[in-house]
Design a protein around this ligand. Structure first.
Ligand code: MG
Length: 250
């Protein structure tokens, strides 16, 4: 496994990419409301990224046709923004966005409520968001990837939710997806040891029902098999001697 370590200068560049990613995500989130299309949200995000002189990491990545992945309700990840997808009251809207500047990527995601949402949806969003922070707290130098994975899995399964198995977090740097893989399920004390200079995207994808997912014929959109709701929260994290640092912050 080839895990790239970033030096202090590179981490400063990554902080810039992370901050723009976070600003784009926040701008997209502010636009989430009934009657808005996911295409309009993507335009706002694209405008935010380019206004900072950055490029949208996802645009053209593997042929992806937009700047953000926007996945609604039972869509888990990789939803394609569309003029036909009009948000409705009660939807939950997962937005995943990355920005590339100075040779480095930032990557982050958040699931936004559209107006008033159900108690079950609220519980799913809260648990997924909190599991991300549990995982970040576990991302200490000297700990292992399995400690991060187990933190997510333990937290959400105790709430009755399930962890998507087919997609995982990843290293981030000059490439959007680098080694190592960062699963949201696993055993504490196992896997690669975390070291200062590593940068990883931790991104729990959590289903209200069972964990199996399927990909639609558009070649991108991933949905829960059982039609249950799914949430997705993500931060890009630098492992430092002083502990984990969130790079995708405004
Ligand atoms: Mg990611």
């Amino acid at each position: 496994m080839m895990v790239s370590l970033k030096n202090k200068e590179e981490l400063i560049l990554m902080q810039k990419a992370g901050r723009i990613s976070a600003e784009a995500l926040a701008a997209g989130g502010r636009a989430v409301q009934p009657g808005v299309t996911t295409w309009e949200i993507d335009r706002i995000i694209h405008e935010c990224i380019t206004s900072h002189g950055a490029k949208a990491s996802f645009l053209g990545y593997g042929g992806f046709p937009a700047s953000a992945c926007i996945s609604v309700n039972d869509e888990v990840i990789h939803g394609i923004p569309s003029k036909k997808r009009v948000l409705r009251e009660g939807d939950i809207v997962s937005i995943d966005v990355g920005a590339f500047i100075g040779g480095f990527h930032g990557d982050n995601a958040f699931t936004f409520p559209c107006g008033e949402i159900s108690a079950q949806a609220r519980a799913l969003l809260d648990a997924t968001n909190e599991s991300l922070y549990e995982a970040i707290r576990a991302a200490q130098p000297g700990n292992r990837i399995g400690d991060v994975s187990a933190a997510v899995q333990g937290y959400v399964e105790a709430k009755g939710f399930s962890v998507v198995r087919d997609y995982v977090g990843h290293g981030v740097g000059r490439k959007l997806h680098e080694e190592p893989e960062v699963p949201n399920f696993g055993k504490a004390g196992h896997g690669l040891r975390l070291a200062p200079g590593m940068v990883i995207a931790i991104e729990p994808m959590i289903n209200a029902g069972a964990f199996p997912v399927r990909q639609l014929s558009d070649g991108w959109t991933v949905k829960t098999r059982d039609g249950s709701l799914s949430a997705h929260f993500e931060h890009t994290i630098a492992i430092t001697e002083n502990g984990p640092v969130i790079l995708t912050k405004i």
